[in-house]
Structure formats: structure tokens, C-alpha cells
Design a binder for this molecule. Sequence first.
Ligand code: CUA
Length: 322
Amino acid sequence: MQHGMQNMLAPAGPAAARIASLGWFVLITFAIVTAIMWVLVFWVAARRRGTLATHLPWDAPEDRRWIIIGGFTIPVIVLGTIFALTLKTMAAFPMGDGEMNPTGADVRVIGHEWWWEVQYLAGDDAQAEMLGANEIHVPVGKPVDIELRAHDVIHSFWVPRLHGKVDLIPGVVNRIRIQADTPGMYRGECAEYCGPQHAHMIFYVIAQQPAEYGAWLAQARRPAMPPSDAFAERGEQVFMENQCVLCHTIRGTDAHGNVGPDLTHVGSRPGIAANTIPNDIGSLEAWITHAQSLKPYAQMPNITTLNGQDARALVAYLRSLK
Ligand code: CUA
């Protein structure tokens, strides 16, 4: 699965390319150092044993050379070079407000236990309205400034093929600039332990051609379409009459909850439960009725009060929200 790749040595943008070059340099340097060390270990093990009388004492000048060159000079040169190259790599990334787009970030990402809220800020009708969850659409070939915040605990934003890690810290606004050079889906993960479902905070950066991206954004900003058939209409009623409405927003309806992800276009997402399970009929119904066995401790409760017909209608309604 191409879009499942998280290989930092297969960069798809300029920031990741810089990190990958550094990664290769470190990897090769350490491979060489390790090889030399093993040769020395085997040499020590295999050489002819002498007696104390035939060896120089350890503090003879010739033996000290081993300690000064091998134990001090070479490590200082190797580690110093890697340190300098790391600083140089890091200095190339814009970090603070002064270096970033002065008109503000293009996208705001807020880490929650355990999902990602995504707000699109740039464009003519800029609005800090919750628009998405667990997927970040970007135009291909363009730098995108992302503002990172945390709702509850520290999370870490990591899309290995696009950039390194930057933490999301409560009360702090961090920034990261990503750029994808080829269209595609790039898998990201939370990279800072944030509770029992830390491993189930998966998101995708979806890089699209600018026209396609523009069309997607326009569609994403639209409110939900009213249900097109009676079954989905029943599903909408079920949603509004049950707990769902307390935690979720569906723009264009009476649902304005802000605990869980905005579901206005949930039918078009690749996965649910922060991409832990696929977005299909079976998984959706299982998620609604048994969220706690799929993702224990998540805020989504098991909804066990629906009859079969209502549960299926609710799923049909959610799937219709494209
Ligand atoms: Cu969020 Cu780990």
C-alpha cells in the first residue's frame, strides 16, 4: 500500500529530503565506525597472546596514542561533524512567526486524545471553523504552513515522508512548514506518547493538484446536503435524537457538539476512529455500537440503545455525508 508508507528515507518534499540526506550520512558513518570496531575486536581476539613481559605497559607513549586518537580525537571529529550538520539542517527549517507566512498559517491542526482536528485558514473565506479531522489536504508543490496546538496533552506531528517531528503542546503554538512534491497520500502518526490510544492517532496528508485541491476545499466548506432518501432521513433523526448530537457537529443541521470530530463530510473520509478502521458500513456500525472495544478509553461511548433498523439508518445517513 503506497500511501501507507512511512519511510523517512523515501522523502517526498524538500524538508524530508534534507532530513533524509542527514540520515544517510549518519547511517553510513555509523556503519563504517561499527565495521572498524568489529575488525578491531576480532583482531584483539585472534592475535597471538603474549606474556606481560612482551607487552608494553598501558601507559607507554605508543599505547597512549590509541587512547588519544581512537578514544578521543576520532569520536570528537565524528560526533562534532554530525552535530554541526544537524544544526545546519535544522537552521534551514522556518520555525517562528518571523520566518513563516506573515499573514498566518494556512492550516491549524489541534491534537486531541486521540484524533486530529484540522482547520483550513487560508483563502478568501478564511474561517477558523472546524472543517476536518484526521486528514490534511494540501496543494502539491506549495509550502503549507501549519499551526500546531494541543487540546489536552502533548502530541507530536510526524509525517515521515514530508518532515521531521514537531510537538503539539497545550498553551503553546508551534509551526511546521510542509511541502509535498508529488500528489499522493502521506501517512502521519502521533509521535509522542499521549495515552492508551496513542498508537491509534493516524492521519493522512493528501497532496492534490491545485485545481483539485481548490475544488475539494470548496466542497469541504459547504454545509451537509439534506438526506436524499427516507432511510437516510430516518438516520438523521436518529442522530439528532441520541447522544451523537451532543459531541459532533454536522454543519447545516442542529448538531453543534464540539467534543468529537466534525462529521459534515464524514462519508468522504478514508477511515474512521482516526484512521484506525476503514470507513465502510460494517466498521461504522461497529464503531457506533462498540467503540470502546475498538478503541478503549476514547471519548466515543458504546451506543447500545439503538435497534437494528435505526443503527443501519444512522450508518446510511453518515455514509451519505460526502
Ligand atoms: Cu497523540 Cu500520541
